[in-house]
Design a protein around this ligand. Structure first.
Ligand code: PRP
Ligand code: MN
Ligand code: MG
Length: 179
């Protein structure tokens, strides 16, 4: 698997540091509150585990599953709600957890869904922010790292559902997805 990687961008230690930095910030920002963390599967599962352990608050955790890439290297315009949450988000302070914000379409979908359901506040904590990829105007509030417009995998991020288990974020070799 490592052979398919062009370059390692963020190893486990630097991701851990990012989790600590953002976890501390969230803990301060939400002091006295009980936010609902909403982790977006599948990509955000590892980042969620790291970040949530750095948050010293009475926090709830829910998982929602949506899909936009449908396995490929480019986002599609169609977002599918694969598995919904059961808990009520009305009047809740929600923090969406994402592994990456690229075109922004998944995030916009999530934000609109939560707003429609009456969330009191909606913020976003993402491991990676690929600002160059934006097609819709949406921003993250807590950002681990800014990444350039290249295809990255690992640490939850996939190509055709593989590479999620790499313990780092790296650039996938072009030859892997162009053949
Ligand atoms: C990926 C990623 C984000 C989203 C970002 O998920 O995990 O959720 O795409 O892309 P966007 O900003 O262009 O919408 P994907 O749809 O691949 O599903 P997955 O998390 O199950 O891999
Ligand atoms: Mn995802
Ligand atoms: Mg994916």
């Amino acid at each position: 698997m490592d052979n398919d990687i062009e370059e390692v961008l963020y190893d486990q230690a630097s991701i851990q540091q990012a989790a600590q930095r953002l976890g501390k910030q969230i803990t301060e920002d939400y002091a006295g509150e009980r936010p609902l963390f909403l982790s977006v599967l599948k990509g955000a599962y590892l980042w969620t585990a790291d970040l949530i352990r750095e948050v010293d608050l009475y926090a709830e955790l829910e998982f929602i599953k949506i899909s936009s890439y449908h396995g490929g290297v480019a986002s599609t315009d169609e977002i599918t709600l694969v598995t919904d949450i059961r808990s009520d988000v009305q009047n809740r302070d929600v923090i969406i957890l994402e592994d990456i914000v690229d075109t922004g379409q998944s995030l916009l979908f999530m934000k609109e869904l939560l707003a429609k359901r009456g969330a009191r506040s909606i913020k976003v904590a993402t491991l990676l922010d690929k600002k160059e990829g934006r097609k819709v105007e949406v921003t993250a509030d807590y950002i681990g790292f800014d990444v350039r417009n290249q295809f990255v995998v690992g640490y939850g991020l996939d190509y055709k559902d593989f590479y999620r288990n790499l313990p780092y974020v790296g650039i996938l070799k072009k030859e892997v997805y162009t053949k």
